[in-house]
Design a protein. Structure first.
Length: 247
């Protein structure tokens, strides 16, 4: 399997510079978990906000399975912590405090088309998008190697196939492709074009947003040996001075 750097290089070689971020217009970001918004498209969010374009982030899952066995942080306390971290991260990205929605679907079990609750979750998402009326929606890549990321894409796809106005543009961002992606997870040249958004001027601010997710990037919660941890090694995949999107 290629290294993360090789995978990034392979996709970047196909990328076209998205020189005018203003063309994205008002934007909704679908984040499967609190932190995906900063990792996958945080720099782009900052650039949109610098242009005073509206950005609303929909957090799909409740994030409570990052530390499933912590006595100190049972599910409700962990959910509250992760939502507070998400709001702080958004403030560092320049997003208004009230410009986010928490769907609170089950972490690691966001409904897919073949599981209970999918139709209801898709209807909720459709209503949210109708209310927000975005010009662009940012969502994880269709085959990003995490089930919640793929489920989030599938929920948006269900919205797009409903009989309603779905004229918004869809750009897919990349999270786990670099670390966990297999060859068949990679986007084929014939199925997506690749856009590259420079974030070199805002990367320090974007890094501050990632750091706001303290429970994920530190050992703040230290009583669960099964805990998820965004290690410095994992975070090296997000050090590039650009973000990639598939369309």
């Amino acid at each position: 399997m290629h290294s993360g750097v090789d995978k990034a290089d392979t996709i970047t070689q196909r990328a076209v510079l998205l020189t005018n971020v203003q063309t994205l217009g008002s934007t909704v970001v679908l984040a499967p978990h609190p932190d995906d918004e900063s990792l996958g498209c945080g720099g782009t969010i900052i650039r949109l906000r610098q242009l005073e374009l509206p950005v609303h982030v929909i957090f799909v899952s409740d994030g409570t399975r990052s530390h499933p066995n912590s006595p100190a942080y049972p599910a409700e306390r962990l959910r509250n912590l992760r939502e507070a971290e998400a709001r702080e991260a958004l403030s560092r990205l320049g997003v208004d405090a009230d410009a986010c929605t928490f769907m609170r679907l089950p972490d690691t079990a966001v409904p897919t088309p073949d599981t209970p609750g999918f139709t209801e979750a898709a209807a909720t998402l459709a209503d949210l998008i109708d209310q927000l009326n975005p010009e662009t929606v940012l969502v994880p890549w269709e085959r990003d190697p995490h089930r919640d990321h793929r489920a989030t894409w599938q929920l948006l796809q269900a919205v797009r196939t409903q009989d309603r106005d779905t004229s918004f543009r869809v750009l897919e961002y990349l999270i786990w492709l670099w670390e966990l992606g297999r060859p068949d997870d990679m986007p084929r040249p014939d199925e997506r074009c690749v856009w590259q958004v420079p974030i070199d001027t805002v990367i320090d601010q974007r890094d501050e947003a990632i750091a706001a997710h303290v429970s994920q990037v530190t050992r703040l919660i230290d009583d669960d040996p099964m805990a998820f941890y965004l290690s410095p090694e994992l975070l090296t995949h997000f050090e590039r001075p650009y973000e990639l999107f598939l369309e």
